[in-house]
Design a protein around this ligand. Structure first.
Ligand SMILES: C[S@@+](CC[C@H](N)C(=O)[O-])C[C@H]1O[C@@H](n2cnc3c(N)ncnc32)[C@H](O)[C@@H]1O
Length: 380
């Protein structure tokens, strides 16, 4: 009687029992044809090279990308000018463009980071005042007035931090890190940047100060969908900056769960709703809010990009996906959907690397893991 026995249906297995996956599977499948894996990009989406390259080596963010990615963009993307990096961080895009005499603008809301990146455009060095040994950073800071000296102290403090923003127990003393940064900066000034670019301390979600159709191309990497708070990760070197500029209060990054304001959700993409519903289902309401807010911000940002970009302007956007408590969020493909909706044409999804080694079955998809992808697109 073998033939008459009913076969068990193949059930899509997920790690969270009862988790709906259809919407996220659909968005993954939609972009599958344009997705290519390019392992040569794996290093370029990291800060590894920034540690050795002139100007980039002053303040190195773990979250930064490589100056080589900027060069690749300038060679291949066929951008008009100026170039914009709306999430400019340490200024990799803007500074590398300046090394190549390419006009560029950066936006960065953390004042200490924007200040240190801007200092790279100062050409005049001043002799360091006499500073006694064995001082802690506030006492060293009291001796410094020149912006390049101040940038050196901020970068020195940053170099002593762990990935979570705490002072590393094995770090060199602040004095020794400062002395080393001063040498680095003096050395780099012997190779002046070819042009002076601009970094604006502002929020990329509202770039109303940028004119319509004035941007020739965008190379950027927005904050990743994560539970990390950029303000916290950088707090120790922000303290140094605020020692001199206490009035600056520009570090509100509302994309973070602890943000004070609670705006209404504006982006209702079904894959986002599905991920948020799943997080709510497993009692992770806070993470569900992070996901909703993140894509609200991305959506808002894309609307502005469409307004400020010249027709046909190319955009390369490095995006990281996530897995929150086993809930998979394909940030790159959702971003591609939102961009298409706003009037961009997606040229390619170039996957640089996996962010988590172990892939897993997700609904009917096999071996799925969050990726770091360069979404390559242009304004139609
Ligand atoms: C992934 S990092 C980019 C790093 C940059 N590509 C580099 O090479 O240094 C994201 C940056 O976006 C900044 N950021 C966060 N929220 C922002 C916002 N609303 N507007 C502009 N920048 C923001 C963070 O402070 C961080 O510096």
């Amino acid at each position: 009687m073998r033939g008459s026995r009913k076969r068990k249906p193949i059930v899509a297995q997920t790690r969270i029992p009862g988790e709906p996956t259809a919407e996220r599977e659909a968005v993954e499948r939609r972009w599958f044809r344009l997705t290519n894996h390019d392992t040569t990009l794996a290093r370029l989406v990291t800060a590894a090279d920034a540690r050795t390259e002139r100007y980039h080596r002053w303040l190195v963010f773990k979250q930064a990308f490589s100056p080589e990615l900027v060069r690749l963009f300038l060679r291949n993307a066929d951008a008009d000018l100026p170039i914009l990096d709306p999430f400019s961080g340490t200024g990799t895009t803007v500074v590398e463009c300046a090394r190549r005499n390419v006009p560029a603008i950066g936006i960065e809301p953390i004042a200490a980071t924007a200040f240190t990146a801007t200092a790279k455009f100062i050409r005049e060095w001043a002799d360091l005042p006499d500073i006694p040994d064995n001082l802690d950073w506030p006492d060293i800071a009291d001796h410094l007035t020149h912006p390049l000296h101040r940038a050196a102290l901020i970068a020195a403090q940053s170099s002593r931090l762990t990935a979570t923003g705490a002072i590393n127990a094995n770090a060199p003393s602040i004095r020794s890190a400062f002395t080393s940064l001063v040498e680095t900066i003096r050395d780099d000034l012997n190779h002046p940047l070819s042009c002076r670019n601009l970094i604006i301390c502002a929020d990329a979600r509202d770039p109303s100060f940028i004119g319509d159709e004035s941007i020739g191309g965008i190379l950027t990497s927005p904050p990743y969908l994560s539970r990390h708070d950029y303000s916290k990760l950088t707090a120790a070197f922000q303290d140094v900056y605020h020692h001199w500029y206490p009035a600056q209060q520009s570090n509100q990054i509302a994309a973070h769960p602890r943000a004070k304001t609670k705006p209404k959700n504006t982006c209702h993409h079904p894959a986002i709703l599905e991920a948020a519903d799943t997080l709510n289902m497993i009692r992770q309401a806070k993470l569900a809010r992070v996901v909703r807010t993140y894509f609200d911000d991305m959506h808002r940002t894309l609307t502005h990009w469409h307004r400020i970009c010249k027709p046909a302007a190319p955009i390369w956007c490095v995006i990281g996906g996530a897995r929150f408590k086993d809930v998979y969020i394909p940030a790159d493909t959702i971003f591609a959907d939102l961009a298409k909706q706003e009037g961009f044409h997606i040229d390619e999804m170039r996957v640089a690397r996996r962010l988590i080694d172990t892939g897993r079955k997700f609904g009917t998809l096999q071996n799925v893991a969050p990726r770091e992808t360069i979404v390559m697109m242009h304004k139609k």
